[in-house]
Ligand binder design. Structure first.
Ligand SMILES: [Fe+2]
Length: 325
């Protein structure tokens, strides 16, 4: 990839995954008791729950599917009628360092002629949303509070999302993301992840997707080959794997990853998950990571991973070994 001046968003890292689920109660049970994530906020009006172990205001959001539009406070349409009727990925959430960086990026991206879908005030964050070439929905956000616990407490049981005009007020230059997480643990859960760490997307046209995520997403290409690529935000982590779709791999989310603290958690956690009736669908034992993959109640694949050697060379991803990267 030739060096180019990136017009895009330049997020620090992938911070959360938002899923549409067919049965909120069933998925919440799976993600708490098996996956070990802590529910931290609920929006009953739109059948949504946020889960976090302290890394940020949410590592995962679960929104129940519906035939109807999901409307936030101030009449803000969060999910239009027609979207979110089937289980699967709603969006990937990417964290920028500050609102000032986000607003600068919005201006740069709009200047390229690229279209943003909407801009939103979630109170915990200010966000811009856009679609990738395959229609995968992305959120680029910056935290709008130093204390997301307090925002959740002040808004208990209420809708939190409204409209946001990025040009409506001077952009806040403060870096308000959680820099030093105080991690929580779900007692009795099979696994005990720290945070969301990865996503893997199958893409119809690898070159178009690479161009989009590098140029507009502002991600750095860490590894690439004829069948896939690994990209990362400014922290240099391998946040995103792209795989060429085909041979049964449809465009869209292949799987997402939750990072564990240490390898011992992985083997013991996988055994506890199996004892709870959730058998691993894949395991990886490589120089750069160890992982176990579980299937959630809607069929979404969740990889629990421990990066094992930061100096190990990342493999070039291939669809035939979709969990290898
Ligand atoms: Fe989000």
């Amino acid at each position: 990839m030739t060096a180019t001046v990136l017009a895009g968003f330049r997020p620090r890292r992938l911070a959360h995954v938002n899923l549409f689920v067919s049965d909120l109660g069933r998925s919440l049970e799976f993600y708490t008791t098996v996956c070990g994530l802590t529910p931290v906020f609920e929006e009953p009006g739109i059948a949504t729950v946020f889960l976090s172990n302290g890394n940020s205001h949410h590592d995962l959001a679960l929104m129940e599917i519906s035939e109807q539009a999901r409307v936030g406070r101030d009449g803000n349409v969060q999910v239009s009628r027609g979207r979110g009727r089937a289980a699967g990925l709603n969006h990937l959430g990417w964290e920028l360092a500050s609102e000032a960086e986000l607003v600068d990026a919005i201006r740069r991206v709009r200047a390229t002629g690229a279209r943003l879908h909407r801009t939103v005030d979630h109170q915990i964050s200010h966000s811009a949303y856009l679609f990738d070439p395959d229609g995968t929905y992305l959120e680029m956000y910056a935290d709008a509070s130093d204390d997301w616990h307090a925002v959740y407490a002040e808004n208990s049981g209420r809708l939190i999302t409204g409209n946001w005009d990025p040009e409506g007020a001077p952009a806040d230059p403060r870096e308000r993301f959680t820099a030093d997480p105080d991690y929580t643990v779900v007692d009795g859960a099979a696994l005990h992840p720290l945070c969301t760490a990865r996503a893997c997307l199958a893409v119809a046209d690898l070159d178009s997707a690479l161009d989009f995520y590098h140029r507009l997403g502002g991600l750095t290409v860490l590894r690439s080959g004829p069948e896939g690529a690994v990209l990362g935000g400014t922290l240099g982590l391998p946040d995103l794997t792209l795989l060429r779709a085909g041979d049964g791999l449809e465009p869209g989310l292949s799987h997402f990853g939750l990072r564990l603290r240490e390898e011992a958690d992985l083997a013991a956690g996988a055994a506890r998950a199996a004892a709870a009736g959730v058998e691993p669908v894949a395991t990886v034992d490589a120089a750069h990571k160890k992982s176990v993959v579980l299937r959630d109640p809607d069929g979404v694949l969740v990889e629990f991973l421990v990066p094992s050697d930061p100096t190990a060379t990342l493999p070039v991803p291939r669809p035939a070994a979709r969990f290898a990267a």
